[in-house]
Design a protein around this ligand. Structure first.
Ligand code: DAH
Length: 367
């Protein structure tokens, strides 16, 4: 059957108009109201087109509702009240359906139905990426774990004993100025290095100790492309009977070969730290061929990557370890510095900007 909706309206209107008695007319209108109500409720309004179809069919000037009002005249007087009420109710229902659907469509941006279409492909959930510092840190811990090092942690808010005194920084000693400290109270500060965790481990664990302590540290420094008020370090500590400087060198040498490749050249330079004696700094050789390498190494080709040394006997004793029986080595390095070199990052601050365009570059990177 191929009829327009409007044509259909006139069919039943004619039918009622031609019915003989007024009584029958009243009855037919009532049943027609009922029918229209069910039809309106079942009408599939899924998009602006079908909404318009609904309006034309029921609410427009030539729609079903107006036809009902026209026929109302023919309803016998004693039924007018009842039928009038029914028509008004129907009008209310039709308008509610129309307005609700219209509002739904206006609120859904594309004007499409909010009825879910299960055949559409699911939303594309992008895969995140690891932070470059996590990538470097994970690789470093993996290397040390293979060498038998455990992982230990300590608090970022630290007392004077663990951050300074136990590490052989005497009170008022100028060595304390090596690191600009954020003080919270007199004797409490944000830790300036992860060496504080060494002390905690030595105090609570039995020798032999072989541990690394990664973590965030804080320094009151001017923020620039090369330094920030917080950064990350990894600390290493090995205490046992007969540990020597040769063990230290070999451990760090293996570490560097694993991280930067088997041909990496290193050198040790004598240095000073209050908590190690003797102390050294280790450099790796980058060369001076590229502009980046020259800048990073200040033209020398060598990049300093860590401080290290034999744990000072005072530190061992401070932590309750018999320095006549045991010896050990310690080392500490900055994670940002290594990540900058490894990934060619020129400005340390980009690690902390949370700029997705920067971070997304590390998606899928495996060190
Ligand atoms: N704590 C030192 C710093 O933050 C790094 C360091 C140097 C750690 C020598 C050590 C070490 O364990 O032996 O600059």
């Amino acid at each position: 059957m191929c009829r327009t909706q409007i044509g259909f309206v006139h069919d039943w209107v004619n039918a009622i108009t031609f019915v003989g008695s007024n009584f029958q007319k009243g009855k037919m209108i009532k049943s027609r109201i009922q029918e229209l109500k069910s039809e309106a409720q079942a009408f599939a309004i899924t998009d602006p087109d079908s909404l318009e179809q609904f309006r034309l069919r029921f609410l427009a000037k030539k729609g079903e509702l107006n036809e009902l009002f026209k026929l109302f005249k023919e309803v016998p007087n004693e039924e007018k009240r009842e039928v009038g009420q029914l028509i008004n109710d129907l009008k209310g229902d039709l308008q509610t359906i129309f307005e609700e659907k219209q509002a739904q469509m206006e609120s859904s941006e594309d004007g499409q139905s909010d009825v879910a279409d299960p055949s559409l492909p699911g939303p594309n959930i992008p895969l995140g990426s690891r932070h470059p510092l996590s990538l470097v840190l994970n690789r470093m811990t993996e290397i040390f774990e293979k060498m038998g090092f455990s992982i230990s942690e300590g608090p970022e808010i630290e007392d004077d004993w663990h951050n300074f005194s136990a590490l052989n920084f005497p009170p008022n000693h100028p060595a304390r100025d090596m690191q600009d400290t954020f003080f919270i109270e007199d004797e409490i500060s944000l830790r300036t290095h992860t060496s504080s965790v060494q002390v905690r481990v030595m105090e609570r664990e039995k020798v032999p100790i072989r541990t690394i302590s990664p973590g965030r540290v804080y320094r009151n420094e001017a923020i620039s492309a090369r330094s920030n008020s917080f950064f990350h370090q990894i600390e290493g500590l090995y205490i046992d009977e007969g540990v020597s400087f040769a063990d230290l060198k070999q451990t760090l040498f293996l570490f560097v070969q694993e991280l930067f490749g088997p041909d990496t050249k290193v050198r040790f330079r004598p240095s000073y730290f209050p908590f190690t004696e003797p102390s050294a700094e280790m450099d790796i050789y980058l060369g001076t061929e590229t502009e980046g390498d020259r800048r990073l190494t200040k033209g020398s080709g060598w990049l300093e990557i860590l401080g290290c040394g034999m744990v000072d006997v005072n530190v061992l004793e401070n932590c309750g370890i018999d320095s006549k029986k045991y010896s050990g080595f310690a080392f500490g390095m900055g994670i940002e510095r290594i990540a900058m070199f490894r990934f060619g990052v020129k400005d340390l601050r980009t690690f902390f900007d949370n700029d997705k365009r920067f971070l997304e570059q590390f998606s899928g990177v495996n060190l």
